[in-house]
Each structure stands twice: as C-alpha cells, then as structure tokens.
Write a protein that binds this ligand. Structure first.
Ligand code: PGA
Length: 240
C-alpha cells in the first residue's frame, strides 16, 4: 500500500522534526515490506528532507515540475531534472490545484514525459469537479484526462494514478464506497498496469471505510499528512 503525503504549500525547516515520529514508527512496523511511504513537501524542503530520510526506507517526491526537461529562461520554475538532482524520486503531476490555474491535459502530458525521462516516478492525478459529477460526466472526464495525459507514453510502469475527485479535496467529504469502487475498477480495467490510489479528505476516521475497498492500492493524503500522529494513525488503521 502507498501512503503519499502531499504537504502542499505548508512547512519550513522546523517541520522536518515531525518526521522523527514517522521514521521511528516505520522502523518497527510489521507491514513495512508491503508499505511505501512517500513525502511530497514544498520544493524548498526536498533536499533537507531527503537527507533526513536517507536510509529510513521513506522516499521523497515533489509536488509539480516545469514541462521543459532542459534548463531554460523560466523564472521561478523548477524542472524534473533539478528535482531529481536534490533527492526527489517521485513527482505529483496534474493535481487539480494546478489544473484549476491553467494546467491543461496537454501540458500535463509533456510534464509526465519529461519527468519519466529524468528518471522520476510519476503520481498522475485525475478527478472530476462537482459540476462534472452532477452532470454524470465523471467517466468521460477521467477518460479524457488519462488519454491526453498519457498520450504517446508507451512504458507506463513508473506511473501511479491518483484518483482525486476535486469536490473531495479538503472538503471533508469522500465518495460513497460503492461509487468509489466502481470508478477505481473502471480506471483499472482500462489501464491494467497501474497502481491506483485514492485522494481527497482521507483521515484517520474515514480510513476504515476506504480501506475496505480492496482494489485501492493506497492513498494520497493532504491535510492529514502534515500531522505525523494522524498520518501514522492512517497507516496503522489501514492494516487492522
Ligand atoms: P486533502 O488533499 O487530503 O487535504 O483533501 C488531498 C490532495 O489534495 O492531494
């Protein structure tokens, strides 16, 4: 099972202290072999976090990258090669918080290709808005996002899909279990090779319901991942 912490735009150097708890927990965790923990902090923390988590078995990822795989005159941007250079092994691409500020499926496709080329694994986010859900367009939207996002990518073994309904992110609301099962099943059937994660308001209370959906391969966790205790709780409860 994957547990990916998306810290979003939160955290400074002092936030790294909170990782001690998670490192200690993971050291003695009986399900360690089948558990993959990945922290995606803001870019400013990738290097110090990678150093801190070295030999802990916990990996570090980035939250986004620029689409250009080479250096260039793009003020304020960071590309996948630069992220890899400071210790990132993964990168989240296509998060709805970036889609909503103009990131198209086409840009996402270029980003994914450049990230794979740089040797990063990709956490590819897809999900429908509330409006699209109400119109019963979910499957159609997911299809387009997957088709365009993964266009011309033959080798998909380093891609994980995170299904994150936009209306579930940060809202405290999660999809109904039967609906979520059907959507994950739908994505899996179309793309047999992928691991599929769920993301959106995952917390230590609703994890009991979510974990019962056996075809989910893990979780992308925002708010609840910033507090180590809550994050550990989610991991523990997934297994018992
Ligand atoms: P949330 O965020 O857990 O705070 O809803 C999830 C995400 O945006 O990846």
């Amino acid at each position: 099972m994957y547990f990916i912490a998306n810290w979003k735009m939160f955290g400074g150097l002092n936030s790294l202290n909170s990782l001690n708890k998670v490192v200690n927990f993971f050291k003695g965790f009986k399900e360690k072999k089948t558990t993959k923990i990945i922290y995606c902090p803001p870019s400013t923390l990738i290097l110090p976090m990678s150093k801190k988590l070295k030999s802990s078995g916990i990996d570090v990822g980035a939250q986004n990258c620029h689409q250009n795989e080479n250096y260039g005159a793009f003020t304020g941007s960071i590309n996948s090669k630069m992220l890899k250079n400071v210790g990132a092994k993964y990168v989240i691409i296509g998060h709805s918080e970036n889609r909503s500020s103009g990131e198209t499926n086409e840009i996402i496709n270029i980003k994914i290709r450049s990230a794979l080329k740089s040797g990063l694994k990709v956490i590819f986010c897809i999900g429908e808005t509330l409006k699209e859900k109400r119109k019963k367009n979910t499957k159609q939207i997911l299809n387009i996002q997957i088709k365009k996002g993964l266009d011309k990518i033959k080798n998909k073994k380093n891609i994980i899909i995170a299904y994150e309904p936009v209306w579930a992110i940060g809202s405290g609301i999660i999809p109904k279990s039967n609906e979520l099962f059907k959507i994950i099943e739908f994505i899996k059937k179309k793309n047999k090779v992928f691991k599929i994660l769920y993301g959106g308001s995952v917390n230590s209370k609703n994890i009991r319901d979510l974990k019962s959906i056996s075809i989910i391969d893990g979780f992308l966790i925002g708010g609840s991942s910033q507090d180590s205790k809550k994050f550990i709780d989610i991991i523990k409860k997934t297994y018992n």
